[in-house]
Design a protein. Structure first.
Length: 168
């Protein structure tokens, strides 16, 4: 089962993060969380499960952050692809906790706005930072663009064996 670190107590029995409404008192991001510890746990889990880590950086104040979580949670294809390939960590960025040291270590991803996604390999190395604006379509997100992002940064996409003659 893949956990969304920081949402452990809110997971449904199937291990899927719940849909969060903007009016819910349930929070997607936890300003009090130890993001570095959550990431270390996720990297350990990803390594054991042959997955990458997806950091979704944002805050409960961010409409687009909640919108992205709900969009992926409600779409069975996106949800499956995400959970098959990544261990997810929701990293808080808010006035209560900017996670400044972590943001510096990740190359200042907040420069792209929110949410912003950082993909880590199963050893914790940063592979990619994704500006979420490129996944948007109208007043929401594009399924095709989001699925492309998930697939392009999946472990299989980064495995040299996927590109050997006779495969792919």
């Amino acid at each position: 089962m893949t956990l969304a670190i920081g949402l452990k107590a809110q997971l449904t029995p199937t291990g899927i993060a719940p849909v969060v409404k903007l009016t819910d008192t349930a929070k997607l991001y936890n300003p009090a969380a130890d993001a570095k510890a959550d990431i270390a746990t996720a990297v350990k889990k990803a390594s054991a499960m042959h997955k990458n880590v997806l950091l979704q950086i944002g805050g409960n104040w961010c409409v687009w952050c909640i919108r992205f979580n709900n969009f992926v949670s409600q779409d069975p294809d996106l949800n499956k692809c995400l959970r098959d390939n990544f261990v997810i960590v929701h990293v808080n960025y808010s006035k209560e906790n900017l996670n400044e040291k972590l943001m510096a270590e990740l190359g200042y991803p907040q420069r792209f706005g929110f949410p912003v996604f950082v993909v880590l390999g199963d050893k914790g190395n940063r592979l990619h930072t994704q500006n979420s604006e490129y996944l948007e379509e109208g007043k929401g997100y594009s399924k095709d663009k989001t699925m492309g992002f998930f697939k392009d940064w999946s472990p299989a996409a980064l495995d040299p064996k996927s590109y050997e003659k006779g495969t792919k």
